[in-house]
Design a protein around this ligand. Structure first.
Ligand SMILES: O=C(O)CCC(=O)C(=O)O
Ligand SMILES: [Fe+2]
Length: 362
């Protein structure tokens, strides 16, 4: 089928911001800021789509009788009755990472198998088997386009990762007023750590100036911007720290604010290009900006002020294919049940196939 999306917002990004990308800086520092890259129309649509996904997610959370679902026959844990009360469910709304009502394994089950039950029948849109927050592509055509096909967005991702890249995960990161953000941590390539030079704490012996070929890069888009002086929920990174390739605390408890990581893990570490001590960079981005950073670079998200509005954000993580992976039809970056449904209905375009395909395509 054709890859021309009807209604596509062609002028999504400002070409001069796109063109200013500096590969040398990105490889050396491990991050790149696309300051004010969205056009006014792009910014408005991006925010609208994030708000729409949030409203859909909230509608599913509060509008579903979670007690009526047969968890047992599906082999998944029952939710705690106290967490599916109307009051508790209300506290799971308004932003991302709030859905504390979900029992263990619930998110993975929805993503991998799809949870189809008559209790899940939201008004006004088609339920796709998993929560909108965790796979917004399935619920919004604009997000689907920018994540899989929009030529300007595909240019952004190929500047970061080269010609062939796969979706790792795309999800919303809307931070509510009063959100505590996230303490210092990093992520391993493919979420298993099997490619990392060092373990989640790391000795720091493996410092190199070489940019690793196996990369996952996170790109966050903030249509309304973000910064410590702008309500908080600001992202901080550690330029050069990716050259250690230590996926810091990726599967451990994340409790460290900047003072703690400075006194601990960072204390004896240097920037491989300058030999200077590593430093924290607190980002503050104007509306319509994106930031890309190497997935295994430590990063931190500050608290959001209780009286600040929601910080709207979309996380788009893509990676280079893993040449050692067994041939598979699709990679884990999209729910296979949803991809298969698109194939069946003739709605899987060549562009989508490109980002959803297995590392070693079948
Ligand atoms: O919410 C954010 O700004 C970033 C969250 C984060 O830790 C990440 O993208 O891994
Ligand atoms: Fe993170």
């Amino acid at each position: 089928m054709s890859d021309t999306i009807s209604g596509r917002l062609v002028e999504l990004l400002r070409p001069e911001v796109l063109a200013a990308f500096d590969r040398t800086f990105f490889e050396r520092e491990g991050y790149w800021v696309w300051e004010g890259i969205l056009t006014d129309a792009g910014r408005a649509q991006w925010k609208k789509s994030l708000q729409k996904i949030q409203a859909m997610n909230d509608a599913v959370v509060t509008g579903t009788d979670w007690s009526s679902i047969d968890y047992k026959s599906r082999g998944i844990a029952e939710p705690d009755p106290g967490k599916i009360s109307a009051e508790f469910l209300q506290s799971c709304c308004g932003g991302s990472e709030q859905m504390a009502f979900q029992p263990q394994g619930f998110r993975d089950y929805m993503y991998q198998q799809g949870l189809f039950d008559s209790a899940l029948a939201p008004d006004g849109f088609t339920w796709q088997g998993m929560m909108p927050e965790y796979f917004p592509l399935a619920y919004d055509d604009f997000i689907l386009d920018i994540a899989t096909a929009h030529p300007q967005m595909m240019q952004v991702i190929s500047k970061l990762l080269g010609k062939r890249f796969l979706i790792d995960h795309v999800l919303t990161l809307n931070r509510t007023p009063g959100s505590r953000g996230r303490r210092w941590h990093a992520h391993p390539y493919r979420n298993k750590g099997q490619r990392e030079i060092e373990d989640p704490i790391g000795s720091g012996q493996s410092l190199t100036t070489e940019f690793f070929p196996h990369q996952c890069v996170r790109t966050l888009c903030y249509p309304e911007g973000m910064g410590a002086a702008d309500g908080g929920g600001e992202l901080s990174v550690m330029p050069g720290a990716h050259l250690y390739r230590i996926p810091y605390l990726w599967d451990g408890a994340r409790t460290e604010y900047s003072e703690q990581i400075q006194a601990g893990w960072m204390a004896d570490k240097i920037h491989a290009f300058t030999d200077e001590p590593l430093q924290i960079k607190h980002l503050s981005l104007p509306p319509g900006s994106m930031v890309s950073f190497v997935h295994h670079m430590p990063h931190h998200v500050g608290h959001r002020a209780p009286d600040a509005p929601t910080r709207w954000g979309l996380l788009m993580a893509y990676r280079t294919p893993d040449p050692d992976e067994q041939p598979t039809r699709w990679n884990e970056g999209a729910p296979a049940h949803w991809v298969e449904r698109r194939v069946e209905s003739g709605q899987l375009t060549a562009n989508m196939r490109r980002v959803f395909a297995g590392d070693t395509p079948l």
